[in-house]
Design a protein around this ligand. Structure first.
Ligand SMILES: *[C@@H]1O[C@H](CO)[C@@H](O)[C@H](O)[C@H]1NC(C)=O
Ligand SMILES: *[C@@H]1O[C@H](CO)[C@@H](O)[C@H](O)[C@H]1NC(C)=O
Ligand SMILES: *[C@@H]1O[C@H](CO)[C@@H](O)[C@H](O)[C@H]1NC(C)=O
Ligand SMILES: *[C@@H]1O[C@H](CO)[C@@H](O)[C@H](O)[C@H]1NC(C)=O
Length: 518
């Protein structure tokens, strides 16, 4: 669900580099002067790299022959005037999983002293350590991407010698050890991505200096200690992903001052304490995920987050009422597995564009209610495993595809207008206190694939016209007070018997035949 990654930003830089190499190709630069041939030093350095690669299925290195490394050598870009290599960009062509280079990164790359961009990405089988001594000589380097290879060992502290470095990604390797404190001296860093490695320990205090950072991805490691409060001073920060680590302590309140932050992910850590009360002031935020921690207290007002499309606070210890959300931008909201209270009807109404009841559309006894019209954008709503009460309201429509309110204390009946949620693919109201009958109108939910009504107090029969539901693949009616014949058509007569067990008197396949047709 991540929107804007730094890799997409890099891609926008590529055409410039390609242009440089085309000029070199033509043998003349823009002014018609002959361009310099490739520098023999750089050519030797590149051939040194080539000799460190034992296997290349990408076809890139096969083009590395002949004298002019600035001409037809794939991935190599030169300064046309000097013939010096300024960029080396090696990326496996699609399908990525079929192409790779196997070998190690040669120390000879350290001789490409004019290089500003080095990208070795998706090569899968380039292993060994990061060649620290060589790379630390590349003092003009602005972009270093060694992503999705098989590099091992620590992140060398000597990378701090790259004082021009702005973009650093070592994501998707098998790097271990600590984050090197020395990197705190590279004060021009705008991006640091060390995701998907095996790094441990705390974020060094020296990183306080990295105030130009716009993108921090340290997800999927074994990092621990507190989330440093100084991150709140990185005014340009757009993305902070620390998910799937062992960070502990409180969420620093200073993070709430990051006005450029669009993406905040702290899921799957060991964070405690409350959600900072001013979180609603992160006005640029589009995705907020702090699932799977040990947060307590209530959910603060999120009404200021007018750009939020993804909210995931599931699997914490949050209590208090369901929050007033009222965000028209929301696409997905997961508040499941907490201790939240409140009424489902009030909550859905707070999300909806409520419209007044017209006498003709709802039964007489419900005339004083409002009908809930959910925003078309909202597709995914999960409130399961809380302490939510109330009853499902009457619906006028909405774009919901996934509605899970299972394992709560919801009463009332299933409204017949649930069939107005025409996009529903999954409906789970299991383990609640729902009474009344199953509305036959539900047969009109043409996209419904998953229906779970189990463990409620539902009476009557399973409507015969449910056999018209074209998409249904999973159904459970277990543990209710249902009676009568199960619809005798696929897939209802093929569901396991357990899907119908513990009712009053259901019969017909997959259960024993009815004694008389009920
Ligand atoms: C932080 O930056 C300042 C000024 O750029 C510099 O003097 C200082 O040494 C840096 N601190 C660290 C820990 O690198
Ligand atoms: C969490 O990160 C570790 C270390 O990279 C990885 O092995 C594990 O698969 C990740 N877990 C999830 C759920 O992504
Ligand atoms: C919310 O986060 C949890 C834990 O990371 C994840 O399992 C779940 O799929 C997420 N929910 C949604 C709707 O993406
Ligand atoms: C299912 O049957 C009920 C009652 O016979 C009817 O009111 C409803 O419109 C039917 N729904 C569909 C989709 O056929």
């Amino acid at each position: 669900m991540k929107q804007l990654s730094a890799s997409t930003r890099l891609v926008t830089l590529l055409p410039l580099v390609v242009l440089l190499s085309c000029q070199a190709n033509a043998g003349h630069d823009d002014d018609g002067r002959p361009s310099s041939p490739c520098s023999p030093t750089d050519r030797a350095a590149l051939l040194g790299f080539k000799s460190g690669i034992a296997t290349d299925t990408t076809g890139i290195l096969a083009t590395w022959s002949g004298a002019d490394c600035c001409g037809a050598w794939d991935g190599v870009s030169c300064d046309a005037a000097t013939g010096r290599v300024v960029a080396l960009q090696l990326e496996a062509p699609p399908p990525k999983e079929r192409h790779y280079m196997a070998g190690t990164i040669s120390q000879s790359l350290g001789n490409l002293e004019f290089m500003e961009t080095l990208v070795i990405r998706d090569m899968g089988k380039i292993g060994g350590a990061i060649p620290a001594a060589a790379l630390s000589r590349l003092t003009r380097l602005k972009q270093l991407y060694l992503e999705d290879n098989l590099l091992v060992g620590p992140i060398p502290g000597s990378l701090a010698k790259l004082r021009s470095l702005q973009f650093l990604s070592l994501a998707g390797n098998r790097l271990e050890g600590h984050l090197p404190p020395e990197l705190g001296a590279v004060s021009g860093l705008q991006q640091i991505n060390v995701a998907r490695n095996r790094l441990a320990g705390a974020v060094p205090q020296s990183y306080k200096n990295l105030s130009k950072l716009a993108y921090i991805d340290m997800s999927n490691n074994f990092l621990s200690g507190p989330i440093p409060g100084f991150i709140g001073q990185f005014k340009n920060l757009a993305l902070l992903d620390l998910s799937n680590n062992s960070f502990s302590g409180d969420i620093p309140a200073s993070l709430c001052t990051l006005r450029s932050l669009t993406d905040l992910s702290l899921s799957h850590n060991k964070l405690t304490g409350q959600i900072p009360s001013k979180l609603g002031s992160l006005r640029s935020l589009s995705s907020l995920a702090i699932a799977d921690n040990k947060l307590v207290g209530s959910i603060p007002s999120l009404l200021g987050l007018q750009k939020l499309w993804n909210l995931n606070l599931s699997r914490n210890l949050l209590s208090g009422p369901l929050p007033a959300v009222g965000l028209s931008s929301l696409v997905s909201m997961d508040l499941s597995h907490n201790r939240l209270t409140g009424g489902i009807d009030d909550f859905l109404r707070s999300l909806s564009l409520s419209i007044p009841v017209r006498a003709t559309t709802v039964p007489q006894n419900k005339k004083n209610l409002l009908i809930v019209l959910l925003p078309q954008k909202l597709e995914h709503l999960d409130l399961s495993g809380n302490r939510v009460a109330g009853a499902l309201p009457e619906f006028a429509g909405g774009g919901l595809k996934w509605l899970d309110v299972s394992s709560n204390a919801i009463g009332g009946q299933i409204p017949s207008t649930v069939s107005k949620l025409q996009d529903l693919e999954r409906l789970d109201v299991s383990r609640n206190r729902v009474r009344g009958v199953i509305p036959a109108s539900m047969a009109g939910l043409a996209r419904l694939q998953w229906l779970d009504l189990s463990s409620n107090e539902i009476v009557g029969r399973i409507p015969e016209n449910f056999t018209r539901m074209g998409s249904i693949r999973h159904g459970s009616f277990r543990r209710n007070k249902l009676c009568g014949q199960i619809p005798q058509a696929r897939p209802f007569n093929l569901f396991p018997a357990a899907a119908y067990a513990h009712n009053l008197c259901l019969c017909g396949k997959p259960l024993p035949p009815c004694r008389k047709i009920l």
